[in-house]
Design a protein around this ligand. Structure first.
Ligand code: ZN
Length: 239
């Protein structure tokens, strides 16, 4: 199967999403974003082993739900592609996935505290984040989700949440589109920073579940405005 069979616009959007996540400080040399193939069930698009800020069209490969490449390429894949494959297997509603090590989220993962919506921009965190500790599944490891078994464990921990914190590692966020998951990954990091600051000042009043739901619905209709701005900062991408 060739990645050329996917919609070129989707491919371009995935490349742009990689660049935006780097520009917005969610990913650095590590971290990745994937999206389901637009016409082949059980297949998703993900860059090869490249820093997201450098990803171009030719880096995007297709993978099946076992995390195996189904592209005609010899590109080296990301070690942690199983994060994506197992979440797509477990969650039919998920269209795009971001995995990152964004720094402000890390303190929550290691203390077992949940991220909760501190302002309306993070309504998607209503109900709080899920928590995953790789040590519970596999003892002492290098913390990386290197195989399908660990990916399954992560997907189970994620459950129906929009974001799962990974102890001593980072986080994984899911969404119903590239734009939505990029938005969520950016604002999970912003919310983490603000939540840490607020907790240092005193007891915090978070959005109620109903407020969070109403805010998330309102924001979802306006994500395009943010996307246009983030995209403008990147400019044209070389092929
Ligand atoms: Zn990672």
């Amino acid at each position: 199967m060739s990645v050329a069979q996917s919609d070129p616009a989707l491919l371009d959007k995935l490349v742009m999403a990689n660049r935006i996540l780097y520009d917005q400080g969610v990913v650095d040399g590590f971290g990745h974003i994937s999206v389901r193939h637009d016409s082949v069930p059980g297949v998703f698009l993900l860059s090869c082993n490249r820093a997201p800020g450098l990803v171009v069209r030719g880096d995007i490969d297709c993978f099946d739900l076992d995390g195996a490449s189904v592209s005609d390429s010899s590109n080296r894949p990301y070690l942690e592609r199983f994060i994506h494959s197992e979440i797509y297997r477990a969650r039919a509603d998920v269209i795009a996935v971001v995995h990152s090590h964004s720094p402000n989220v890390i303190p929550f993962g290691v203390t077992g505290q949940r991220l909760k919506p501190i302002f309306h921009m993070a309504g998607f965190l209503g109900g709080g984040t899920a928590h995953y500790d790789i040590r519970d599944a596999s003892g002492n490891t290098d913390l990386l989700v290197r195989n399908g078994e660990l990916g399954k464990y992560l997907a189970t921990a994620l459950g129906a949440h929009s974001c799962v914190l990974m102890r001593g590692h980072g986080s994984t966020t899911v969404g119903a589109s590239i734009e939505q998951v990029v938005y969520r990954a950016i604002y999970a990091e912003v919310n983490a920073r603000l939540q840490s600051q607020a907790l240092g000042l005193g007891p915090v009043t978070y959005l109620s579940e109903e407020e969070a739901q109403l805010a998330a619905t309102a924001i979802d209709g306006q994500i395009g405005r943010c996307w246009d701005l983030w995209q403008r900062r990147i400019g044209p991408i070389e092929s």
